[in-house]
Design a protein around this ligand. Structure first.
Ligand code: SAH
Ligand code: SF4
Length: 349
């Protein structure tokens, strides 16, 4: 049962008290639908039960320590886990959508050389509850406007925490839970081929993005050392499996790094790889991190895009958001301005 798997501690308390089965559904709806952060808000539960739950299985598993607001409306949430780790989540408002970008791990083991999260190394996986709670908090903060999209593009490699990630996405998708359409949920992976296949086999119509960043094997390995465990050829075979199996559009993320992967021969290399009409190239400009890389100019990025289109690729250049609060892709590291890990949690809600 989805509720029991998602809320094992709550389930245990209810069982010990001998509560009827529908109480678990009510507790689940209080969190995933009504977005309660305190059991006292779940007024459909009896008071004594609320008290016991508050003591033994709190409604909020993470502490929301800070909310930062960027000039473009982007918001960044800093959370602390019960064991003192810091993670970040971003909410990006656009004209007709509000997208939450969530984290699946504390840090990341993949060590991509241009990514601030990659510099941290990996501390631990997040639980499904910690993953989903990021969306609940952002949704509560954004209400009455609804969250329209969730992208798993924050800290961590989601496919190294596959089970908890998918469990969380199911709660977000569940019509008795957060009730967001699967097609409005996207996962980004650095390219773990077995998991790409497994994801293609899942029944829900979640979207997938693969971080490619270079069409050439040796060059890709230089910027994505761990991802190079799978060759570009193998990644493209898994990509083909995904589109053949799902008939869904597949996104390839490509962060333009000046002088590294932004030359005309890279476009030509991509054109050779893109042999399916469902493949879409998502170009990103590099967001500054202290990693020695620099961004391709705006003009260079446009030229790259135009050449890609000339060669027949379906491609877009994604605008960067939230840069003034370090909330853009690859900048999440839960660090203060001096680059130190953020310290003691302060409770604000
Ligand atoms: N771990 C997942 C999700 C990462 S964030 C993955 O790697 O796919 C989404 C995208 O931003 C990825 O393609 C990632 O490689 C890219 N990225 C990382 N650091 C970046 C930076 N500093 N500027 C721009 N994009 C970056
Ligand atoms: Fe991890 Fe993604 Fe950053 Fe690579 S880009 S280090 S996979 S978070």
């Amino acid at each position: 049962m989805r509720e029991a798997e998602f809320l094992p501690e709550v389930h245990k308390v209810l069982e010990e008290r001998g509560e009827p089965a529908y109480r678990l559904k009510q507790a689940y709806a209080a969190l995933a639908t009504s977005l309660a952060r305190d059991w006292d808000e779940a007024t459909n539960l009896p008071k004594t039960l609320r008290e016991e739950l508050s003591e033994k299985a709190p409604a909020a598993v993470m502490n929301l320590s800070r909310v930062s607001k960027a000039s473009d409306g982007t918001r960044k949430y800093l959370f602390h886990t019960h064991d003192g780790h810091a993670i970040e989540t971003v909410m990006i408002p656009e004209k007709d959508r509000r997208t939450v970008c969530i984290s699946t791990q504390v840090g990341c083991a993949m060590a991509c050389k241009f990514c601030a999260t990659g510099l941290m190394g990996i501390k631990r996986n997040l639980t499904a509850r910690e993953i989903a709670e990021q969306v609940f908090v952002a949704a509560r903060d954004t209400a009455p406007e609804r969250i329209s999209n969730v992208v798993v593009m924050g800290m961590g490699e989601p496919f190294l925490n596959y089970d908890e990630t998918v469990k969380a996405l199911r709660v977000l998708n569940d019509s008795d839970g957060f009730n967001l359409a699967a097609r409005h949920i996207a996962v980004s992976t650095s390219g773990l081929i077995d998991k790409i296949r497994r994801f293609a086999d899942e029944p829900e119509q979640f979207h997938l993005a693969i971080s490619l960043h270079n069409p050439f094997e040796d060059e890709r390995r230089e910027i994505m050392p761990v991802a190079a465990r799978h060759s570009v050829v193998e990644v493209m075979e898994a990509a083909r499996y995904f589109v053949d199996k799902t008939n869904r559009k597949l996104f390839f993320e490509y962060t333009l790094l000046a002088g590294v992967n932004d030359q005309p021969n890279h476009v030509e290399g991509l054109a050779e790889l893109f042999d399916h009409p469902l493949y879409h190239l998502n170009l990103l400009r590099f967001n500054w991190t202290d990693t020695g890389f620099s961004a391709t100019s705006k003009r260079g990025a446009r030229e790259f895009l135009e050449y890609a289109r000339e060669l027949g690729l379906s491609a877009t250049l994604r605008p960067s958001r939230g840069n003034d609060i370090d909330a853009a892709c690859g900048q999440l590291a839960a660090k203060d301005l001096r680059g130190r890990p953020v310290g003691t949690p302060v409770s604000i809600s």
